[in-house]
Write a new protein. Structure first.
Length: 332
């Protein structure tokens, strides 16, 4: 054995001792701690927002649920009578009221029509934005953002004036076109025309969010995909249904859930445009119904119970919608 070989042989055990498995344990432990620390890092960043949401959302919901189980009227608010625990008595009274069920059904149907109409108008205009030139696109965007930025009470007041039976320009234009039945026609007198009027206003102030969001998603789609579909002879509707909609499904999920929440909780438009729920409360929705029970009748516990029921309905509808999407193979 040469001197170089013997020297290498003497060095080998020392090198082996340095590479023993036991010597790598501290490094492994350090990597495990780092991994655990990494899992907590996102929550540390989210902690301030979670604290704010806890104060602004969780505590009011807790108070809402608590009041719904109590006898809480004007007598309890003023301190003239003690607050007593009623259990589910308020819910039993609410579910035993036929007016509640009529209002609940009307609210669900009205919200469904509003959501479908808002999505249809918003998506159609988003596709239109991709087909027009820069100046018309800018004008449409500014008009839509103006409608979006208008406060609900201001927009509702303007729409009431537009459809006023005596001075509204809409009736005058319809009469000018030969529709004499609209002379001095009151849109808020009939139940369905009043709901239609509120529907127009809700869609007018809601479609810009859908339009802008979907338009941003369309711009993110590779142009080669859309050009290939157009070269294959696909119509605009077919391109939307088979190419755009599947690729935009995560965005459509967001705007659909947002629209469900907003349209189900409509209050200002109904209250302003139908003067508190229409003639004989024919245009009542759950939000206005809860307001009347809580503040007009001083039955705060019943109003809170209606609020809890609305919250549960929204959660149920949202969860069912997400579950249907998951069954279709969507990753959410």
């Amino acid at each position: 054995m040469s001197a170089g070989t013997a020297q290498h042989a003497r060095r080998a055990p020392a090198k082996g001792r340095r590479s023993r498995p036991g010597s790598t344990v501290p490094a492994g432990r350090r990597s495990g701690k780092g991994a655990r620390r990494g899992t907590w890092t996102p929550w540390l960043y989210l902690a301030p927002a979670l604290v704010v949401l806890g104060g602004l959302l969780v505590y009011p919901i807790y108070q809402l649920g608590l009041i719904s189980f109590l006898e809480y009227t004007q007598a309890q608010v003023s301190g003239g009578a003690p607050t007593t625990f009623q259990g589910f008595a308020n819910y039993a009274e609410l579910f035993g009221d036929s007016e509640f069920w009529n209002v609940a059904v009307a609210t669900l149907l009205f919200a469904a029509v509003c959501v479908v109409s808002t999505l249809a108008v918003g998506c159609a205009l988003a596709v239109l934005l991709t087909r027009v030139r820069a100046i018309p696109r800018l004008a449409l965007m500014l008009a839509a953002l103006g409608a979006w930025a208008t406060p609900a009470i201001t927009g509702s007041t303007v729409w009431v004036f537009l459809f006023d039976p005596d001075f509204g320009p809409v009736n005058k234009v319809l009469v000018w076109f030969g529709l004499s039945g609209f002379e001095n026609y009151s849109w808020t007198y009939d139940r369905y025309s009043a709901f239609a009027l509120v529907l127009f206003e809700v869609v007018w102030c809601s479609f810009p969010f859908v339009m802008v969001t979907v338009y941003a998603g369309i711009r993110a789609i590779p142009t080669e995909v859309l050009e290939a579909a157009a070269l294959d002879g696909a119509s605009t509707w077919r391109i939307w249904r088979t190419v755009m909609a599947p690729m935009l499904r995560p965005i459509l999920v967001v705007v659909t859930i947002q629209s469900i929440i907003w349209d189900f909780k409509v209050f200002t438009q109904i209250y302003v445009m139908t003067n508190g729920g229409g003639i004989a409360d024919q245009n009542m929705v759950l939000n206005v119904y809860a307001y009347q029970k809580a503040f007009a009748s001083s039955q705060y516990s019943l109003g809170s119970a209606i609020g809890v029921v609305m919250l549960l309905i929204l959660l149920a509808v949202t969860l069912v919608y997400l579950r249907l999407l998951r069954r279709q193979g969507e990753e959410l």
